[in-house]
Design a protein around this ligand. Structure first.
Ligand SMILES: [Fe+2]
Ligand SMILES: [Fe+2]
Length: 261
């Protein structure tokens, strides 16, 4: 008497107590979440999120420091912000949808980030970096694909305006010529790039959605650099802009000191 342990005979199947069975079933239905395997929600990442990302800021700042060391013009947060704004404007003025414009702005902001590793191949390097950064931020893969394609194709001569976002980034990037971009503090050692950039007193991109034209309008100081010197450097860029404009269904025009070239 007093021994309540159930003795299971050979021909009896043990019965799991009902409460324990319910617990087992619940455990199968709802395993404890593993943060390592739970997929992250895909978010509509905007330019604001990218600008506020500490890693993005650090890499762009480092890229610019390294460009200054090798004598290149400004490629930092100012250039990134301006290219982002122009790329977005191009898309919106040409009546592309708001999300396409936002992706163009993000691609514009990140397009030169690869310079923090090396100037050569910086579009391809930068696209790889942008992939990692945007994936970490939770952006959806199809959107990342558009952005890294634009970054990887933004530079002449190998870049190709493969779509509207890429075309907008190319034109925005090439529109940023201005004397404030020159980082070399010694005018006596200016190379032709410095002189041409330094000669540009005013630059603006005019977008005419009705005439379907994208016009780069420059005011330059011809005592610093001649129009021929400008061409020596920029002819390949202008050909790229013409192709990019065509991708957007537009014509690219270049006006220097009031004369269309
Ligand atoms: Fe670049
Ligand atoms: Fe650039």
């Amino acid at each position: 008497m007093g021994d309540t342990t159930e003795v299971i005979s050979k021909d009896r199947v043990p019965v799991t107590p009902p409460r324990a069975e319910a617990r087992a079933a619940k455990a199968v239905e709802s395993p404890p979440p593993d943060p390592e395997v739970v997929p992250r929600p895909k978010a509509a990442i905007g330019l604001r999120d990218v600008r506020n990302n500490d890693k993005v800021r650090a890499y762009i700042e480092k890229a610019n420091e390294q460009m200054a060391v090798i004598g290149y013009s400004e490629h930092g947060l100012r250039h990134a912000s301006l290219v982002a704004a122009i790329a977005r404007n191009i898309c919106l003025e040409l009546d592309l949808d708001a999300r396409t414009a936002e992706l163009a702005a993000i691609a514009g902001y990140l397009h030169d980030i690869g310079n923090c590793i090396h100037r050569i191949y910086h579009p391809q390097i930068g696209a790889t970096m942008a992939f990692q950064l945007l994936d970490e931020m939770g952006m959806a893969a199809p959107e990342i694909g558009l952005i890294i394609g634009a970054i990887g194709n933004h530079e002449e001569p190998e870049g190709v305006p493969i779509n509207a976002i890429t075309a907008a980034v190319i034109i925005a990037d090439k529109s940023d010529v201005h004397y404030t971009r020159v980082q070399n503090p010694d005018p006596a050692t200016y190379d032709i790039h410095d002189r041409v950039n330094h000669a540009v007193q005013k630059s603006r991109l005019l977008i005419d959605p009705h005439q379907k034209t994208l016009t780069l309008d420059l005011i330059t100081d011809v005592t610093e650099a001649t129009v021929m010197e400008y061409f020596e450097i920029f002819v390949v860029r202008m050909i790229m802009c013409r192709k990019a404009a065509a991708t957007l269904g537009c014509k690219f025009r270049l006006i220097i000191n009031g004369t269309e070239l």
